[in-house]
Ligand binder design. Sequence first.
Ligand code: MEV
Length: 433
Amino acid sequence: MGVQNSELPGFYKLSVEERRKKIAEVAGLPASEVDGWQPGTGVDIGILDRMIENVVGAFSLPLGIATHFLVNGKDYLVPMAIEEPSVVAAASHAAKIARAGGGFHAMVSAPQMIGQVQILGAKDPHGALHRILEDETRLLELANAKDPVLAKVGGGARRLEARVVESPRGPMIIVHLVVDVRDAMGANAVNTMSEALAPEFARLAEGRSHLRIISNLAIYRVARSRAVFPRDTLAFGNWKGSDVIDGILDAWAMAACDPFRCATHNKGIMNGISAVAIATGNDFRALESGAHSYAAWKARPGGVIAPLSTYEQDANGNLVGTIELPMAVGTVGGATVSHPTARLNVRLLGISGAEELARVITSVGLAQNFAALRALATEGIQKGHMSLHARNVAMAAGANASEVDRVAEALARSGTVRIDKAKEILSTLRSHA
Ligand code: MEV
């Protein structure tokens, strides 16, 4: 398929219906097919149309509910939106094991985000940096005047930090405005304040301001979670509990010393974190960027990337897992509030605000990571993965709803989960129907 020309002047001015028609026309798609963009029940296309630009419909991800989560003594059913098989099952299973050890114990720092302002052209960058910091009280007042609502709910601009850095284009001053954003993700508040202060910084520095934007390396908005996975609950197949623990410790050690493994280790954590972030309408790209840059930041000096989790054995021989990463999630503003499915999911979680959400999401990250390491350290990831993946392959091979399970089972049994094999099984099945 594809199109001859992707220029669509005035496309943004059309209604959703008209946009769909237009796309069908230029891409040569039957009108009935673009109906697939129509959101299911529960989501009004008018709301989606106001969320982003050039809307033609909705993209549905499976939404699963992870069970067994106990965080700081409270039970949670956790909504997860993700396309990857095994993730929800793995999180639920890990949460069940953690529950036997008392559940997850999670905490968060104050929700402080960093706004960055780049100052160029100061003749005396170190003197300029001092002049800015000397005026901190007035500058913070100025920032807070931009968001009286935030100050009213106990948040607001807290402090300034500044550095002179040598860049490929010469020295520059980077000022950090640290803002307590309370229950918001924070980008709007922080960007507004940073833009408001930039001319003041420039004036004091006798230079000019350039970039004014939030940093996703949210080192002052960190969430932590810890869980004990009791040794006796870890026995599995021919593996004794202590074998599984040894296997997980060796797996973690590889992530701690090898960046190639560490990237995948942390990816497994984000499988859980991003899925909950999407389900609750949070900015999962900000979380991803924050997590991976934090992993690099933690590895300083000299390292490339560090695992976001640790594993040890406690005095009783049980496995102790911990996780720590930036957690810039919000429960006010943005899609969390405007998207009906996200709103419903937040209600299901029964959380009181962003800090509680951060504690739950971080615990899901730890659960996901533990589940991946446990599988990798024992039977490998493919066995569990393949039986679920087989369903996707069966569907891709053309199996309809009544055929999917039978084709998937036969595929998984065959040990060859490939589309050609699925087609072969499907045609045999149909010839016997
Ligand atoms: C797959 O999405 C995630 C894993 O690769 C994570 C890991 O290797 O730790 C299984």
